[in-house]
Design a binder for this molecule. Structure first.
Ligand code: PEP
Ligand code: MG
Length: 598
């Protein structure tokens, strides 16, 4: 039966494919594809864990048998018996083997997937006693997962070999058995670390239950450049493994089990999107100059050095934001040291510089905390009531100077290989600015005393806290350039958690207060002859291109996939005319409707 689930559109386009479910279990597990030659090893890991758990349960059963009825009630022995049965049950073992062998899931992913399938069958049972056995199954799987900890092979990022559907033009991709169909990812949530794993994968689109429009899940989704919907609430409970799914990344709709008529309609839309992309591709080598001759800098936001390939391909004239924290995340599951050392970071920054072939690279120092935890687990709300207001970004770095100095030394050394701009996130206080600058000096002196080679860097601050936007003169005294992080500026101005889909409707980039802070920042920088960019999602949203140009912005940094669409807007713009119009937008108490009408 066809049904639709609504969420927030975060990455455009249409994807049609078979659902791959990443379920969240009580134990945080890594999800990745293994290589075909690793199938046996992975099955062995499950087998060994099963044997170990069987022994563990047998020992418990033996000790229970020795106890009297007062110490160990009769039910306990029965329960252990049930656990042994569930452990050996063919539905569990056969299913897990299937996901590993046929889908190349790692063992933990296979186990949690099969757990979810059997758990749903339990939920549908009439008999209450049987329904309650779901909790036992969960406990058994948790025991297995605990046993498997530390036995994982090194992560294998290579995706499974899956052919694309034979006839891409076919209006009914669901024809046939669908074994070679595109895959779409459906998850409750994905940690940024999981996202990085999947970035190297085969998925044609993805959906998560949680997340706001500019949550980091959404940002990495956008960087995967595949249609995506977040905040789809119950999608991961309603969609089953292998269901056919259409993801409409323009409208934020997920259609499950579509009828042939719906499929034909979306197949058509998909082809229209491809044609539009083809048209935009012709702008790649055109300089971004407005009708009245204003040159506009279109820069790329990247997460990994390898993303520079896509940035150059999209015609970026530099990197405006390298979110360096992604080098630090998800390392535990990859059996790497907790944090990358100076040499590893230096090599990564150098690769980014080289990848940009002489164009400047803006490296933002680590911005972890809030919804970007280091170890892949979301910061528990109980532990930190307001993680977005807590130890995050520069606050984190200043609290761990050894880690920060390591990063600074690596960046300064990489600057010997090309133009690097060093960008500091989330500054608000002059004391933080001073501490940061003195640590940068200290990093230089450490390199000097070692005789290490390093280069000059331009220093910039992100304006993403209203307090910073209201004290620009202080910032401009200390920094060479500013970069407006609209994602956080909106979050902190409107008191809306950017990761919380429940308040996503109030997350409004066109709120007059937000526009005022953005406008003032651009104006003050221009007055003082300092460069200023916008590197939040607003920069890649064509609904705001003309307004930002009208406010005097000439430097936009966005995901590479947005560059050509923004360039098209730039080429059609006349900044002389836009300046007057932008003033009107700023004066309006409902800028969104003025923007929509223009
Ligand atoms: C921002 O806040 O706008 C920004 C670019 O930084 P991030 O999205 O990584 O917080
Ligand atoms: Mg930010």
């Amino acid at each position: 039966m066809t049904f639709a689930v609504h969420g927030l559109p975060v990455a455009r386009g249409i994807a049609i494919g078979r659902a791959v479910l990443v379920v969240s279990s009580r134990i945080d597990v890594a999800h990745y594809f293994i290589k075909p030659e690793e199938v046996e090893t992975e099955i062995d890991r499950v087998r060994m864990a099963r044997n170990a758990v069987a022994d563990e349960l047998a020992k418990l059963q033996a000790s229970v048998a020795l106890m009297g009825p007062n110490d160990a009630p009769h039910e306990l022995a029965a329960l252990l018996e049930v656990h042994q049965m569930l452990l050996q049950d063919e539905a569990l073992t056969g299913g897990v083997k299937h996901w590993i062998t046929d889908r190349l899931y790692n063992a933990e992913w296979a186990l949690t997937t099969q757990l979810e399938i059997i758990a749903r069958q339990f939920d549908e049972m009439e008999d209450e006693y049987l329904r309650e056995r779901k909790a036992d199954l969960e406990q058994v799987v948790e025991r297995l997962l605990h046993r498997m900890k530390g036995t994982a092979a090194v992560l294998a990022p290579s995706p499974p070999r899956r052919k694309r559907p034979a006839a891409e033009e076919d209006d009914d991709p669901t024809a046939g058995d669908g074994i070679d169909a595109p895959l779409v990812l459906i998850a409750h949530d994905l940690s940024p670390a999981d996202m990085l794993q999947f970035k190297k994968s085969v998925f044609a689109g993805f959906v998560t239950d949680v997340g706001g429009r500019t949550s980091h899940t959404a940002i990495v989704a956008r960087s995967m450049d595949i249609p995506a919907v977040v905040g789809a609430r119950t999608a991961s409970q309603l969609v089953r493994q292998d269901d056919w799914v259409i993801i409409d990344g323009d409208a934020g709709v997920v259609i499950v089990d579509p009828s042939p008529i719906i499929l034909a309609e979306y197949g058509f839309k998909q082809r229209q999107g491809d044609l539009e992309r083809g048209r935009l591709a012709r702008l790649r080598h055109k300089p971004a100059v407005t009708l009245d001759g204003q040159r506009v800098e279109l820069l790329a936001n990247i997460e990994m050095p390898e993303d520079t390939v896509g940035a150059v391909k999209a015609g970026a004239v530099g990197v405006g934001l390298f979110r360096s924290e992604f080098l630090f995340m998800g390392r535990e599951s990859q059996h790497q040291t907790r944090l990358p050392d100076e040499e590893e970071q230096y090599q990564a920054y150098k690769r980014a510089v080289e990848g940009m072939q002489g164009m400047p690279v803006t490296i933002r120092t680590i911005d972890v905390g809030a919804d970007k935890p280091l170890d892949g687990k979301a910061v528990s709300k109980q532990e930190h009531l307001n993680p977005a207001l807590g130890l995050r970004a520069i606050r984190w770095s200043l609290a761990d100077p050894a880690m920060f100095l390591t990063q600074l030394r690596a960046i300064l050394r990489a600057a010997a290989h090309g133009e690097i701009h060093l960008l500091i996130p989330m500054l608000a206080h002059v004391s933080e600015i001073r501490q940061t600058l003195s640590l940068i000096d200290f990093a230089r002196s450490e390199l000097d005393s070692r005789g290490a080679v390093y280069g000059k860097v331009k220093l910039g601050a992100m304006i993403e806290i209203p307090a910073a936007a209201l004290t620009l003169k202080t910032f401009l005294k200390y920094f060479d350039f500013l970069s407006i992080g609209t994602n956080d500026l909106i979050q902190y101005t409107l008191a809306i958690d950017r990761a919380d889909e429940a308040v996503a409707h109030l997350y409004d980039p066109a709120h007059p207060a937000v526009l005022r802070l953005v406008a003032d920042t651009i104006a003050e920088c221009r007055r003082q002859g300092k460069s200023v960019a916008v590197c939040g999602e607003m920069a890649g949203d064509v609904a705001f291109t003309r307004l930002l140009l009208g406010l005097g912005l000439r430097s936009f940094s966005m995901h590479p996939s947005r560059i050509l669409a923004v360039k098209q807007e730039v080429l059609r713009a006349d900044t002389g005319k836009l300046e007057e119009w932008a003033k009107g937008v700023l004066e309006s108490d409902d800028p969104a409707s003025v923007l929509a009408g223009n």
